[in-house]
Design a protein around this ligand. Structure first.
Ligand code: AMP
Length: 249
């Protein structure tokens, strides 16, 4: 299985093509990952994609990639979306849905996909359901990571991210070998703007009001697969794969 993809088509939109095609995947998985900010969805998404040969599709990554391009190259909708993101607020459904719809080829990719950070509201979940149906696709499962709130806050405030290779560290739980420096590519680590305390508070509120109802939505579709997010990333990944095997042997 291929370990990493450049995800160019997802990050840059329909005008871009990925540099590599997925290896033949006899069993493409189409999954959604749910969980409050800080449960480790991003880390799990990377690990699961490496195991399952699927592509990691994160809507947050689309916005972070847009930050890196020049302000005049951003569409007005994307520029407005970045303002919401900076404040830790959810970007309006309309904008997110337009971005995902124009990237529908990524959902059709023969390697499968793992959506991370989308859907985040019931309206987005309904729109995704329609979009998949229109393309004769369906989800295999929706993994919902669960973790007590105190652990979530500790994880988020200590998280440090590599701007270059996107590796994620934690000042206590997973410190880099040299403080502040990425082990993999040597870049200077940073704290994501939305991991700062004032944004974290807003994100948790947004999660409770808009995203938590998604567990009920997917439970009613028989797709919900709850997984405990306690423990080391490898343990959580193994637990997730086991739950998925139990669901679809
Ligand atoms: P994430 O990396 O998934 O935590 O996303 C970072 C930020 O991007 C969020 O705090 C939102 O501002 C925005 N965002 C990402 N995905 C969505 C979405 N599906 N709906 C609304 N806002 C989103």
């Amino acid at each position: 299985m291929q370990l990493t993809r450049d995800r160019k088509a997802w990050l840059e939109g329909p005008g871009a093509a990925c540099n590599s095609r997925p290896e033949h995947n006899p069993r493409p998985r189409r999954l959604v990952l749910l969980g409050a900010p800080g449960v480790g969805k991003g880390t799990q998404a990377e690990m699961l994609c490496a195991k399952l040969g699927a592509c990691h599709l994160s809507t947050g990554d689309i916005f972070r990639a847009a930050k890196a391009i020049g302000a005049c190259e951003r569409s007005p909708a994307l520029a407005a979306a970045l303002q919401y993101m900076r404040r830790g607020e959810l970007v309006p459904d309309e904008t997110v849905l337009a971005l995902v719809s124009e990237r529908v080829n990524c959902l059709k990719c023969e390697g499968g996909f793992l959506l991370d950070g989308f859907p985040r509201t019931v309206a987005q979940a309904e729109a995704l359901e329609q979009l998949l149906k229109k393309n004769k696709l369906s989800l295999d499962a929706v993994v919902s990571y669960e973790l007590p709130i105190e652990q979530i806050v500790a994880r988020l405030s200590g998280r440090r991210t590599c701007p270059q290779c996107k590796a994620v560290f934690h000042i206590d739980a997973l410190p880099p070998k040299l403080p502040g420096i990425c082990d993999h590519c040597g870049a200077t680590l940073y704290q994501r703007e939305d991991d700062r305390p004032e944004s974290v508070r807003v994100r948790m509120e947004a999660y409770e009001t808009s995203t938590a109802p998604l567990t009920a939505f997917y439970s009613s579709r028989g797709l919900l697969c709850p997984v405990s997010a306690e423990g080391a990333p490898k343990e959580i990944c193994a637990r997730t794969l086991e739950e998925l095997r139990n669901r679809n042997p």
